[in-house]
Design a protein around this ligand. Sequence first.
Ligand code: F0G
Length: 447
Amino acid sequence: MVEPMYPSTRSDREVWLKEARYNLFNLLSPQVFIDLLTDSGTGAMSQEQWSALMSGDESYAGSQSFDRMKEVITSLCGFPYILPTHQGRAAENVLFSVMVKEGHVVPGNAHFDTTKGHIEFRKASAFDCTIDEASDTTLYHPFKGNLDISKLENVMDVYGKERIPMIIVTVTCNSTGGQPVSMENMKAVRKFADRHGIPVIFDAARFAENAYFIKTREKGYEERSIREIIREMFSLADGMTMSSKKDGIVNMGGFIALNSQALYREATTFNIMFEGYITYGGMSGRDMAALAQGLKEASTFGFLESRIKQVHYLGELLKEAGIPVQEPFGGHAIFVDATRFLPHVPREEFIAQTLAAELYLESGVRAVEIGTLLADRDPETRENRYPRLELLRLTIPRRVYTRNHMDYVAAALINIYHRREKITSGYKIRYEAPIMRHFTVELERIG
Ligand code: F0G
C-alpha cells in the first residue's frame, strides 16, 4: 500500500514535540516524516496478501482461513497445536496464564518488555541470561542473541527446577539489537532443558530473520534452505509465542503453537476467555488468510535478503561516519549506542530518549528509545533499572521505505553527531505509569 509522507519544518516539530511531552509515542502520524518507531504491524502487504484478504472465511467456528493458517504454521514450524491471538503479547498472556505462577523465575535472552511485563505482572521474575558479549557494541560476535548456558545453570542452582516453568529463547533477540541466536546455542539450551525437564518456548516474532543469519553466518548451514533451517530451529522448542506483526508481515495478529496437547487444552480455556473462540482468537478470517500468505513470503531467502540488506545499508552509512552502532548489524533495526554518541548527557536524564528527541527535531524521523525508560523501575525497590546499553533503535518497516529514505535518516543522524558536544542535558519525568512506563511517560526538558 502506498502511503503519504508528511514533510514539516523544525519549528513545527518543536511545537509538536513539546505538546507530545517529549514522548514520541504521543506524536500523530502526520507529524512524522519517516517512521522508524517499530517494524511491528507497519509492513506493506503484497498483492497476494491483499487478494487472500478477500477470501477470508468469517465463520465464528471452523473457519477455513484458520485451517489454512494452521496448515502453513504446522508445515513451517512443525507444531501441531495452534491457537490464534490478536497479537504477540496476547499469546504471552494466554500461555503464561497456564505456565507462570507467583515466585517463578523465567530465564531467557533479554526478554522483550511485554514478555517481562507479563512475567512480573504474575509476581514472577525474568532472568536475563544473554551472553556478556551482547552488551559490548564494539565487539564482533555473530550471534549476540545467544544464551549463556552457565548463567542458566546458575539460575537452576539458586532457584531449582520447581520454580522454573520454562526457558524463553527470543529469536531474533530484539532487546540486544535484533541479534540472532545460533543453531548451536539453541541445541545447547535444548540439552540443558532436557537434563532438567524444563520446556523451551521460543518468542518467535522474527524467526525468519534469525534463520537468514544462521544461513549466512553459521558454519554448515550455507547450503540449507531458509525453510529447512526454520524447521530445525523449531524442532528444538516445545512451543512458541508469535507476534505475526513482524515476520508474518500483517498489520495485526499473533498465535501460540505447541507440541503438547495437554498444554494446548489448558491454554484453550484462557484463549476463549481473553481472545476469542479457538478458530479465530481475536483475528478476523481475512487477517488469518493474509497471515498464512505472509508467513510463506517471509520465509524466502529473496525477501529476507532484500530486507536485511536494506537495514545493513543504513548501518554502513552510520558506521562510515563514525557513529557508534551495535555490531554486527541485526535483522530489523540499527541500534545506535546512545551513551557513546552523547557522552555528556547523564544517564539519569535518559540518554537514548534525548537522542530520539534530537533526531525528531532535526529531521522528522521517529526512532525509539531502548534504554532506561523502557527498562522501567525495579518492581520491589522502585529504583530506576539502568540497562547495560542505552540504545536508539532505528527500526525499518518491511517493504515500505527506499534507499533514498535511508540516506535521509543517515544524514540527519550525522548532522547531530557533528554537534554532539553541545548536547549536555536531557529530560526528567513529570508522569509515569507503574509498569511499562515508556509508552505513556511525560517528560520535561532539563536546561
Ligand atoms: N516479542 C518480541 C520479541 C517483540 O519484539 C514484540 C513486539 C512482542 C513479543 C510483542 O508482540 O507487539 O504483537 O504484542 N515488539 C514490537 C517492537 C512492539 O516494536 O519491537 P506484539
